[in-house]
Design a protein around this ligand. Structure first.
Ligand code: IPM
Ligand code: MG
Length: 356
């Protein structure tokens, strides 16, 4: 089994190194090959997603991805910016199903900005469609406004769209995930205003016909944002489009108070996937050895579960992470008085030690 290791920018290399250490400690015969991506890809080969990196990602069974983005590349035109690397990988590998769990570890209940009784026991799975919607819809661009009150001015525009099969396949992912959890799906849309999401709702209802055992509710995205901070524990699985999922998943992540803890998986139709922490590249703390590697380590666990068929090894890593938290080890982002402050490498070593 071959794993493509794409550390990227900012804290990416430090946190990915810890996940690689943990993967090696499992004693599995994984082949791991590394390649530059994001700003590092631009620096190495003049493009955020170099051809050789894309080729490696294509031939691998799974991709472990750090994070992309750095101030140094902010001046580049959009097509060359680091973010294009992750968007390109999602598109080229057809990683349409993004799973973003938001789990509150009991040891970290104090880290949330919400009251403990609102968030304790939180366990939500956001299923975000990842290759459609306004992110990839065409046409898009800046043009001269063709009509209406602003005719003749320049205007920026994007296209929101979903094909029926795109909605169907992500709905199936959500209903199947709910079956393995608490059997509830909330489909988030804006059916009261947008044609695209009125259609979305119609198709989700149709797919639900195959999953009568799962409870389905619909919620407008504005209300969903409110409910996420008001009573987040009411949710089990949330399924939504690319744009709404981007926004709601950051909101859900912050409920846990520790975005440094949250992994994610982006899957294609055949189970191949790209695994990355839900947080970004944090260039402000890069190279200091203080970044939290746990989201990346937990992403490696998701990789073992969803792409490499190693459920037991996945659970082993998750248990090891719980154990280091129980030991009181904390990187600065989750530090509280009375716990032990550790750096990125020490946290990785502690997880390796806890595997035994
Ligand atoms: C995410 C990020 C990306 C997105 C950016 C980096 C393009 O915010 O993975 O949520 O918008 O999808
Ligand atoms: Mg985002």
């Amino acid at each position: 089994m071959k794993i493509a290791i794409l550390p990227g920018d900012g804290i990416g290399p430090e946190i990915v190194a810890q996940a690689v250490k943990v993967l090696r400690a499992l004693g599995e015969p994984f082949e791991m090959e590394q390649a530059p991506v994001g700003g590092a890809g631009y620096a190495a080969a003049g493009h955020p997603l170099p051809e050789a990196t894309l080729q490696l990602a294509r031939e691998a069974d799974a991709v472990l991805f750090g994070a992309v983005g750095d101030y140094r590349y902010d001046h580049l035109e959009r097509a060359l910016r680091p973010e294009q690397a992750i968007l390109g990988l999602r598109r080229e590998l057809q990683l349409f199903a993004n799973l973003r769990p938001a789990i509150l570890y009991p040891e970290l209940a104090g880290a949330s900005t919400l009251k403990p009784e609102v968030v304790s026991g939180l366990d939500i799975l956001i299923v975000r469609e990842l290759t459609g919607d306004i992110y990839f819809g065409k046409p898009r661009g800046v043009r001269e406004c063709p009509d209406g009150p602003f005719k003749g001015e320049r205007e920026g525009f994007d296209t929101m769209r979903y094909a029926e099969s795109e909605i169907r396949r992500i709905a199936h992912v959500a209903f199947q995930a709910a079956r393995k959890r608490h059997g509830r799906v909330t489909s988030v849309d804006k059916a009261n205003v947008l044609e695209t999401f009125q259609f979305w709702r119609e198709i989700v209802i149709d797919v639900h016909g195959d999953y009568r055992d799962v409870q389905l509710e619909h919620m407008y995205v504005d209300n969903a944002a409110m409910q996420l901070v008001r009573a987040p524990k009411k949710f089990d699985v949330i399924v939504t489009g690319n744009m709404f999922g981007d926004i709601l998943s950051d909101c859900a992540a912050m409920l846990t108070g520790s975005i440094g803890m949250l992994p994610s998986a982006s899957l294609d139709a055949g189970g191949k996937g790209l695994y990355e922490p839900s947080h970004g590249s944090a260039p402000d703390i890069a190279g200091q050895g203080i970044a939290n590697p746990l989201a990346t380590i937990l992403s490696a666990a998701m990789m073992l579960r969803y792409s490499l068929g190693r459920e037991q090894q996945a659970a082993r890593i998750e248990d090891a992470v719980r154990s280091v938290l129980a030991q009181g080890l904390r990187t600065p982002d989750i530090y509280e008085p009375g716990t032990t402050r550790v750096g990125t490498g020490q946290m990785g070593d502690a997880v390796v030690a806890a595997l035994a």
